[in-house]
Design a protein. Structure first.
Length: 335
């Protein structure tokens, strides 16, 4: 018992007396502290006292913003498989318009006494979104890992692609092909990965003396239809090539080119991002910047298991190098 009290107290950052009060159902403990102590018991593998015990399983929440973008099912498969190999059952939580929110899912997962949560994307990547439910995870000290770059105010173990390198690779490739009117098609303006890509592109073009023009940047939603609408604007503004922040955006750009009577890549070069499933089978096959999702997924699982086991280091962001995959949707600028 003494060892258990000491371990739980150390994990939560409270006294052993406070842990004892929670375990014995005594008053004088805040709801947040009580929840943190009970969560620590679950994470450390101790059984709750009978009167505080719920059905406990080795569960880990996988929270995804959507499944229409094929990158998220691919990540879920890798992460879920890694968890299963280590004896944990993944619980997939997917948002949809007008449905259950991220905050609602956190309530549900905490009620199920999950051992941890891995976010495959979500509101933590948007500066103007609500982040209160992430702070709740921090208060109860639940092991948490984020996949994709978060806002600066959140401090969790994070695994992300180097978005700056991705932006530089795409732009450098298109400039080598002779393109100068290069459009940039991104997610929402407050989206951190999009901000990082854009900042890197601006730095690169400033350095070579050809600054990016504001009319060559379009923000929108991460959907094919948004990509089509945004690309149509860039085509009207004279873009000969477009760099897209996701593969669905790139597919939308190709559709916009065809609606405008243009051919890809003869009249317009298009670069995607992710290298999600079947991008080598599109017409034309898509040039894209590949995220190393297998390595990233395995790293996310390792970070979570380290937190659960109490061996995690301080919160940090692991950046993985992307890879430009050359296919048939880019070509030299027609003279």
């Amino acid at each position: 018992m003494t060892k258990r009290l000491a371990e739980v107290a150390r994990k939560v950052g409270v006294s052993e007396a406070t842990v004892s009060r929670v375990l014995n159902g005594k008053p004088g403990v805040s709801d947040a502290t009580r929840e943190a102590v009970l969560t620590a018991l679950d994470v450390l593998g101790y059984e709750r006292p009978t009167k505080l015990r719920g059905e406990r399983a080795r569960l880990v929440g996988l929270v995804a913003p959507e499944l229409t973008n094929p990158i998220f099912p691919a990540l879920a498969e890798i992460v879920g498989g890694g968890l299963a190999q280590n004896g944990y059952t993944p619980v997939l939580c997917t948002q949809n318009a007008g449905g259950i929110t991220e905050a609602d899912y956190i309530d549900l997962l905490l009620a199920q006494h999950v051992s941890g949560v891995i976010f495959l994307g979500g509101l933590y990547t948007q500066a103007e979104a609500s982040h209160g439910h992430y702070q709740r995870l921090r208060r109860v000290n639940l092991p948490t890992v984020l996949l994709s770059a978060p806002v600066d105010t959140l401090s969790f173990q994070t695994v992300a692609t180097d978005d700056a390198a991705a932006g530089e690779q795409a732009i450098s490739h298109l400039r080598q092909l002779g393109h100068r009117r290069i459009g940039i098609l991104l997610g929402p303006t407050d989206h951190i990965p999009s901000q990082r890509k854009l900042a890197a592109v601006r730095r690169l073009l400033d350095r070579i003396g050809d600054p990016l023009q504001d009319d060559m940047v379009v923000h929108g939603l991460y959907a094919l239809e948004s990509g089509q609408a945004g690309a149509a604007k860039l085509i009207d503004r004279g873009a000969t090539a477009i760099v897209c922040a996701s593969d669905p955006l790139a597919l939308g750009a190709i559709r916009a080119a065809r609606r405008a009577g243009l051919s890809v890549p003869e009249d317009l070069s298009v670069v995607g991002f992710d290298d999600s499933a079947l991008m080598s089978c599109t017409e034309p096959p898509l040039t894209t910047v590949r995220q190393p999702i297998e390595a990233m997924g395995k790293a996310a699982v390792e970070l979570l298991l380290a937190q659960i086991g109490g061996t995690a280091t301080a919160a940090e962001e692991l950046l993985f190098e992307p890879e430009l995959v050359l296919r048939m949707s880019t070509a030299p600028l027609a003279r």
